[in-house]
Design a protein around this ligand. Structure first.
Ligand code: ATP
Length: 378
């Protein structure tokens, strides 16, 4: 097991990168603590696989260092790094039995056969592969093959970390949930550093204690699922996490230090006003999650009227789409709440109204500051 530090890391697939766009990973410093269960979450093409391959040594970064427990492993080959990697598609030896596939990484390290037996049977039991141990891998279905791939990652006790690159893609939907829970259980049992790449927020939240959200080659936030939900550090996190994502409203400054959206004044907190004053950026947004918008039957002093466009009944709650000025916004209302018709009134509780300057969260009270990715500018 190891703490993994990515130190001023950057990667470009181009021989002589010129601009920011030429980098698949923009310069960043990030620590994956020893024994943590992490998810690396982001859309297609944001650099997740590139980062995993740099950690495992399949790829040498163009800049920066990879440290395992203070040892610089940047120049070490994958086999010297003691990392297990499970890919999207199964990697098994078709001609071997399941038992021999699982035993392979241990035998490679000249582990005594008695130890191989006990470890293989432990992992086979965890992954419910006991009944197929004597089968040839070529006779397995896709689910079973991927379980064998995972088993080969899990069988060695001495690995520094296990990296999973969208490992459940080929797995039958009803088995996915079960396997995710299983991986979590395995983590609790063995406390191995695990990094799990996915573009699915639910998958990330069920597996990980902490999630690194990656966007455009950078980790834009690193935090618990709750932190990402309640305090998105970047507009992308607000938009990407949650269902539906955060409402983001482009706003203008007003002469009293607050902001307005399409001439509707929005009052900020003192901390938000202060930080707004300290910059002259014109890229200003406010964000509020559909869950936190207050919906009122009657007009109130601090409310705005919106016109209801659409109500989607999702059983335990409803999602209302309403026009706020010219912008459609989403409101989440409880199952038992009256369904707004025609026009309704909304307000934004100060605690949940977030300010974004140049897409990054600004003006939050210090004590609620969450961990961030610590990315350098590039
Ligand atoms: N071998 C390569 N050569 C050139 N460019 C590459 C290569 N591999 C990835 N890229 C580019 O690097 C960027 C990051 O890709 P990467 O595969 O790391 O993203 P990802 O988040 O894992 O995406 P996905 O979820 O689709 O696998 C993308 O723009 C991609 O096109």
């Amino acid at each position: 097991m190891a703490e993994i530090i990515l130190n001023s890391l950057a990667h470009s697939y181009k021989a002589s990168p010129q601009s920011r766009e030429d980098y698949a990973i923009r310069k960043m410093t990030h620590t994956w603590r020893n024994g943590g269960a992490y998810a690396l979450l982001g859309p297609s093409g944001c650099g997740k696989s590139t980062m995993l391959n740099i950690i495992s040594g399949l790829l040498t970064p163009s800049e920066g260092e990879v440290m395992f427990d203070n040892q610089d492993v940047s120049q070490l080959a994958p086999q010297e790094r003691n990392i297990a990697q499970v890919f999207q598609f199964p990697v098994v030896y078709d001609t071997m039995t399941v038992y021999d596939n699982l035993a392979f990484p241990l035998r490679n390290m000249k582990t005594p056969e008695a130890k191989v037996r006990s470890r293989v049977s432990e992992v086979a039991e965890l992954l419910e592969l006991n009944n197929v141990l004597e089968k040839r891998a070529s006779n397995l279905n896709a689910d079973e093959k991927q379980k064998v791939s995972m088993g080969r990652g899990l069988v060695r006790e001495d690995v520094s970390a296990i990296l999973f690159d969208e490992p459940l893609t080929v797995i039958d939907p009803h088995l996915k949930w079960k396997l995710r829970r299983k991986l979590r259980q395995i983590h609790e049992q063995f406390h191995i550093t695990m990094i799990y790449v996915t573009h699915d927020q639910l998958e990330a939240a069920t597996f990980a204690e902490e999630i690194a959200v990656m966007y455009d080659g950078a980790i834009v936030q690193f935090g618990s699922p709750r932190e990402l939900f309640e305090r998105p550090n970047h507009t992308f996190v607000g938009f990407f996490i949650g269902s539906p994502g955060m409402n983001l409203l482009p706003v203008q400054r007003t002469s009293d230090g607050n902001v307005s959206f399409e001439d509707m004044p929005i009052t900020l907190t003192d901390a938000q006003r202060q930080v707004l004053e300290s910059t002259d950026s014109k890229n200003i947004k406010v964000g509020i999650r559909p869950e936190f918008v207050h919906v009122w039957q009657e007009k109130r002093g601090d409310s705005w009227e919106v016109s209801v466009q659409h109500v989607e009944d999702l059983g335990t709650y409803k999602i209302v789409t309403a026009m706020f000025g010219t912008l459609p916004i989403k409101l989440r209302i409880a199952e038992e709440a009256p369904i707004p018709q025609g026009h309704t009134h909304i307000s934004f509780p100060a605690q949940w109204l977030k300010l974004y300057i140049d897409e990054y969260l600004a003006g939050e009270p210090e004590e609620s500051a969450s961990a961030t990715g610590g990315q350098d500018a590039n």
